[in-house]
Design a protein around this ligand. Structure first.
Ligand code: GLN
Ligand code: ZN
Length: 760
């Protein structure tokens, strides 16, 4: 049985790409140096995969920022405003990714969205009526040849035309259908070049195919691929789907002239059923059986059973099956080698990208044996699934079982609370606030690292943070912000920090996963039953409150986000895991309230992340437990305690009733990088929760002008009742520099004053 990898993490074993790119952005290294660092990462990745004996290794899975952006640039989907800057190729690329502000002009970055149900973000290709889709780049060819030179024959991986056109945003009158011919021609050209350079395989990533595909979409897909496949020449084409199953679409898809079809058997609940309809002879089935999203060791027995079931149900021979990961390994950390602190008791249960390579090889080898039950690879693996240490906490299990329906409801009603809170807090119209974090400058990070390494005492660590909090509050007062935050200097990350104060968590040192561009996150691992060990944020919030007469907003991460940004357990349900976390955060909420904090923000930045990709599954499989879990966290507070929540990205237009049902008092969210369409929907649904749609983009170093913010607010006022509108940036400021933060917030406050008619 052969083995394949859809894509490998590209940030580098020690985040080399991140550091090199950041140096490049700061002008400390030049383009040649950055390119060299990138090449070295690609070389290492290829070697690791080759040494592990993987048969189908991808090239072009590398990206300087994002692979959807790569495809857009490859096919000339570059809006005029970026071309007009007259920058070099790579700099134009980065301008699209990060925005540009300099002597050549001032443009915002492209919109950024979550990549399906992951925490990876892609840049949204923007197509207008003048866009001419055509092949203009050479990255896939260059990277294929580069690999070949290193002695590795690869399949060339790139985003397929169906997903590309479906993810793009159309700003003119033309729609995706108007670009069908152009896109077919462009990809045909690509196939032509691949033939010329002698590439054996191309992999078109089409995760969009696992969404709800109606007859028209299926037709669109068929139309594109029928033509493309007729032009493939001697290049073999792999259609790679992931993050779910291809359901009603399977028959159409398997009838097309693909040489391989990649199907996800981990997240694709119906994949086995589909395969039972038969799988075409003469094609390879790339069976996604090793989880590309989670870090637990693969259960070889289960996987081998599934392989057997696939063969039996579909009637194909094992030689037609290629053992694959369920999605790109982009979503898991690089290698367990970087974990020095964790003991074997824990580590032996994990497989990161590199270890998954071994798993693929071992499973493939075992699948070829008549009886593998005595094989050491098999028995060692199976021993892992007997029992894990430190997982069960009976008290937690009991508490979850005792939750009553009433625990999910906060009283009194929203309207009653709104009245009480307005009278108590006495905030001006259009209250200004921030999302919580302030710049994590070098000194802040250093303080934390030194404390963790034991180089400074706890007292020193606390004293430093308290000084930062006091400064941060003085700054916010000086700027004139209405609701003050403490700045989150104690947090490395909005999930790991909470995990550290909860029982049941396990942490890694170097297990970074790319989130967007150069940003990586280090998700902690939910190992066992979760409960609150100790007060988490209370001392910091209490201290902050002592520094100011203005209202201080306590800052927590919500249970759904904690779950979604951790590596979850696979031995209990996500629902039960989330309820355990919800009870722990509920304890913290009540503790903050008892300590006089009367505004508490419970961030649910990642609420949408695990929303099923098919609408029909949204409520039954997710929202029906995720939203109540959030309510469980705050249902115990008094009417006068104001609960805020924050969501990154305003992509909740279609679940607005569910968001309102979170029953928070205020919600802030991203609105500056995407269009303001969300506002119409809020109005249409009579959204009751007060809202703070972000007035500027914090993912870019650009400073928004007062006029620009006033303009955004004016648009918002047309759709949102003045008494419900808050003014804030669209996310936390931790990744920004101090001076741009100060300048931006000052403009934000001025804009609020201006619309209040105070000045300006
Ligand atoms: N309170 C968090 C912060 O400001 C929210 C971060 C987020 O939404 N990603 O950093
Ligand atoms: Zn956010």
């Amino acid at each position: 049985m052969k083995t394949a990898i859809i894509g490998y993490p590209r940030i580098g074993e020690n985040r080399e790409l991140k550091f090199a790119s950041e140096q490049f952005f700061r002008g400390e290294i030049n383009e040649a140096e950055l390119t060299k660092a990138a090449k070295e990462i690609r070389r290492k990745n290829l070697c690791i995969q080759k040494e592990a004996g993987i048969d189908f290794i991808s090239s072009n899975d590398f990206s300087f920022y994002d692979n959807v952006l790569d495809a857009a640039v490859l096919f000339n989907i570059v809006p005029e405003r970026y071309k007009k800057l007259g920058l070099g190729e790579l700099e134009t690329y980065f301008a699209m990714a990060r925005g540009y502000q300099g002597n050549k002009g001032d443009v915002k970055a492209l919109a950024m969205k979550k990549w399906f149900n992951t925490n990876y973000h892609y840049l949204v290709p923007e197509i207008d009526d003048t866009t001419e889709i055509k092949l203009v780049g050479k990255k896939p060819f260059a990277e294929y040849l580069e690999a070949k030179e290193l002695g590795v024959e690869t399949k060339v991986a790139l985003v397929g035309p169906f997903t590309l056109l479906n993810l793009a945003k159309y700003t003119g009158t033309k729609k995706k259908e108007d670009f069908t011919d152009a896109v077919i021609e462009a990809y045909t050209k690509l196939l032509g070049y691949l033939n010329e350079i002698g590439a054996g395989w191309v992999q078109f990533d089409e995760p969009y195919a696992v969404k709800d595909i109606d007859a028209a979409e299926a037709q669109f897909f068929t139309q594109i691929y029928t033509k493309l496949l007729a032009a493939k020449g001697s290049v073999k084409v792999l259609l790679q789907t992931y993050f779910g199953d291809v359901r009603d679409f399977y028959d159409k898809l398997s009838g097309l002239d693909f040489n391989g079809i990649g199907i996800d058997f981990i997240e694709g609940r119906k994949s086995l059923e589909l395969i039972a309809k038969g799988f075409p002879k003469g094609k390879l089935l790339f069976a996604g059986l090793v989880n590309g999203k989670n870090i637990w060791r693969n259960d070889y027995r289960k996987t081998l059973e599934t392989i057997g079931a696939i063969a039996a149900k579909s009637g194909i021979g094992v030689e037609q099956i290629v053992l694959n990961t369920s999605c790109s390994l982009l979503h898991v950390p690089n290698s367990l080698k970087g974990e020095k602190r964790l003991t074997e008791d824990y580590k032996k249960h994990f497989a990161f990208a590199e270890e998954k390579l071994t798993e693929l090889s071992e499973i493939a080898a075992l699948a070829g044996l008549n009886d593998c039950s005595k094989d050491a690879r098999f028995t060692t693996n199976q021993a892992l699934f007997a029992k894990r240490i430190d997982t069960v906490d009976e008290a937690v299990k009991k508490r979850v079982a005792a939750i009553q329906d009433a625990d999910y409801t906060r009283l009194p009603s929203f309207e009653e609370r709104e009245r009480i809170q307005k009278a108590k807090l006495n905030l001006p119209l259009f209250p200004t606030t921030t999302i919580g974090s302030f710049p994590q400058t070098t000194d802040v990070k250093k303080n934390r690292t030194q404390f963790k390494k034991g180089e400074i005492t706890k007292e020193q660590y606390i004293a430093f943070n308290e000084r930062k909090i006091a400064e941060c509050i003085a700054l916010q007062e000086e700027l004139g912000l209405d609701v003050i935050v403490h700045g989150e200097y104690e947090r490395n990350d909005m999930v790991e920090y909470f995990g550290e104060h909860l029982s049941g968590y396990v942490f890694t040192e170097n297990a970074w996963v790319q989130s967007y561009g150069t940003r990586c996150v280090k998700p902690p691992i939910i190992w066992g039953d979760v409960s609150r060990k100790e007060a988490i944020t209370v001392p910091w919030s209490k201290f902050a409150k002592s520094c100011t007469a203005k209202p201080v907003k306590g800052m927590l991460t919500g249970p759904v986000t904690i779950l979604n940004w951790s590596f979850p357990r696979e031995d209990i349900t996500l629902r039960d895991s989330t309820l355990q976390i919800a009870l722990a955060i509920r304890d913290e909420v009540l503790d903050l309230e008892a300590n006089g904090i009367d505004i508490i923000q419970i961030d649910e930045a990642a609420l949408r992340e695990k929303l099923p990709l098919r609408k029909s599954d949204w409520y039954s499989e997710y929202l029906d437990w995720a939203i109540p879990a959030f309510r469980l966290v705050h249902s115990g507070v008094k009417a006068e305690t104001q609960i805020h929540t924050h969501m990154c990205y305003s992509e909740f237009t279609d679940i607005i009733p569910a968001i309102d049902a979170m029953d928070a008092d205020v919600i802030t969210f991203e609105a500056s990088r995407s269009d303001l369409q969300i506002l119409d929907s809020l109005k249409e649904h009579h959204f009751k929760t007060e809202v703070g749609p972000g007035v500027y983009d914090i993912h870019s170093p650009r400073i928004p002008s007062v006029e620009e913010i006033v303009e955004a607010l004016t648009k918002m006022r047309a759709k949102i009742d003045d008494r419900k509108l808050w003014v804030n940036p669209d996310c936390g400021l931790k990744t920004r520099g101090e001076s741009e933060t100060k300048a931006s917030l000052l403009n934000l406050v001025k804009a609020a004053q201006c619309i209040r008619g105070e000045k300006g």
